[in-house]
Design a protein around this ligand. Structure first.
Ligand code: AMP
Length: 191
């Protein structure tokens, strides 16, 4: 099973991705988490990515695509995966299409979490306090939202046209959102 979870920064993608992936026995692959792990370990990839992440900019497609290609080639991702935070640009959509086609499979579903702007800002400011992420300052948050609206939100239409989109209300409690996601998935998958 090959899934994507999308949504604006602060929509709760990471939390939901782990639960859904756990349920289906597939890895949740978060490009943000992989970048952060590389930053912590001080790898060349981390050093390169950090410049962009700290400014709230997207890491260039060539770097991100190669990283995802290597990750989904790993053994645990052979039966499937749930991508969290990738693709974020049209170019990444094309690259991912190629990667999946190469394995002879296809994308099953694209989940989108819909959350209104006011709740997003509140959640991000809360996360800034609890997790202390370097990119959760107000200025950087604003830039990440702007980039999402400009470059990533248009991907929703691409996947809608392909008939792959499942849009779910991401407002409210984590457990309620999880329940909505599983209900939506049950309409297209035996689970
Ligand atoms: P996230 O944890 O998904 O919010 O990602 C944190 C940061 O990592 C983003 O603000 C970007 O700088 C970078 N990043 C994560 N995924 C991607 C991607 N698919 N393309 C470009 N940059 C990314």
């Amino acid at each position: 099973m090959r899934l994507i979870i999308m949504g604006p920064p602060g929509a709760g993608k990471g939390t939901q991705a782990k639960t859904i992936a756990g349920h289906f026995g597939i890895p949740a692959i978060s490009t943000g988490d992989i970048f952060r792990a590389n930053v912590s370990a001080g790898t060349p990839l981390g050093v390169e990515a950090k410049r962009f992440m700290d400014a709230g900019e997207y890491v260039p497609d060539e770097i991100t695509n190669l990283m995802v290609r290597n990750r989904i080639d790993e053994e645990d991702a052979v039966p499937g995966f749930l991508l969290d935070g990738y693709p974020r640009t049209l170019q990444q959509v094309e690259e991912l299409d190629g990667m999946i086609a190469f394995t002879g499979h296809s994308l099953d579903t694209v989940l989108v979490l819909a959350v209104d702007d006011e709740e997003l800002v509140q959640r991000l400011l809360q996360r800034a306090q609890s997790e202390g992420r370097a990119d959760d300052t107000e200025e950087v948050i604003r830039r990440r939202q702007e980039l999402y609206n400009e470059q990533t939100a248009p991907l929703i239409d691409v996947y809608r046209e392909r008939g792959l989109l499942l849009e779910v209300d991401g407002m409210g409690e984590v457990d309620d959102v999880t329940e909505r996601l599983f209900e939506a998935l049950a309409t297209v998958h035996e689970s």
